[in-house]
Ligand binder design. Sequence first.
Ligand code: GCO
Length: 480
Amino acid sequence: MIEGEDDYRDSGLEFPADFVLGSATAAYQVEGAVREDGRGVSIWDTFSHTQGRILNGDTGDIADDHYHRLESDLDLMARLGLESYRFSIAWPRIQPAGSGAINERGVDFYARLVDGLLARGIRPIATLYHWDLPQALEDAGGWPNRDTASRFAEYASHVGNILGDRVSVWTTLNEPWCSAHLGYGSGVHAPGISNDLAALRAAHHLNLGHGLALQELRRAVTKPDAEYSVTLNFHVLRGEHETSPEAIRRIDAVGNRIFTGPMLRGAYPEDLFEDTASITDWSFVKATDLANISQPLDFLGVNYYSTNTVKMRDAAPATADDSRDPAITGSTWPGSRDVEFLDQPGPYTAMGWNIAPDGLEELLVSLHEQFPKLPLMITENGAAFDDVEIDGEVHDRDRIDYLRRHFTAAHRAMARGVDLRGYLVWSFLDNFEWNLGYAKRFGLVRVNYESLERTIKDSGRWFSELIATRRIPAPRGSER
Ligand code: GCO
């Protein structure tokens, strides 16, 4: 993108009155209190306590201590003026071993959270699974094991019974791509397994779990206007090389359509079967699975951060046999490790991710074209920067600029006919950024990890103004 020419820094754009504005977190990233009130062990507890898995040896043991600071964090959300709050429920708090009876003390925490939101006029958007699988289920085979999908449905039914009279929006899974391909493919996320077949089996059983859970939720929930969704992270793919179209097709298949196909069209893409034929014949997909998976949704949750540029590799791809570690038989892209990811043009966030608001506009328009009847909601967008706190203030102009440009992109997509229902900024608080620990800060609110004190960043104030006025605030003198 050429700066100045089309820099996505329009201002004054207005969002409709019913457009949902809020922020998001996930249980393991903020809660802490991992051994309290009967909570069971999750794969992220095990993984973060395994040496060498997380940068600086960080764990979610304390995280933001949100579990103990619930009331003051709720007050902070109200101060920011959030209209909606997207959180996730830790399965091992509800069912410590992933099946059977519920743990009332765990339930109590989420009841207090939801009631606290409602008391402040904030709509609760609950995600059932943001990656914290009970360790007992992993020990029984994890997501590659079909039974995990049924266990997930059982858990969904419990949660629907408990909170189904109060929660506005239900989301089954957050980013199943990460659970399958990072958890079981590359192994950089919990449970840290690297096996292509395991990753593809996991992807299917996540899809199945989504469909079964959605059916259980619809049975259990009593709030008549509750909405149902799933959140996916899409790979926005580009490339100018002559082999780029093939590379784009491959990654779109194993990264995007592996989920949208079964969930939204009731079928896996044929080309995915061909690309992965050397790994599996997909016989783990049973006759009734696709009907179970393709449940109607009220909207699709879209997480977007940056774009990818791809081409096919010049040299023959590395094979599993090349690896010196016999445990590593997988990659992030099962069946497509001969695709090369090229460096992106900057600027970048502190994650090293390129800043490309046009990618968000392109994604929203493309999803709308692919699924014209399905409303969309941005369930995550935001940026990590190396914030500095000076005298109790965080002047995070980079984050404001990032958000300004992505809100502009969202607005432009709406102007092009996309039925976009809302936008949730990642994240409410700085938090545990998975394998990168506490090194990357995404929050609208800073967390001091020594004192656990919270400080609203300038971006938090900026977002408050956007919510209050429903317009993208005009840049101030010091912002560009
Ligand atoms: C994700 C997540 C978040 C991350 C965020 C930044 O789904 O990847 O939902 O947990 O923290 O995306 O990487």
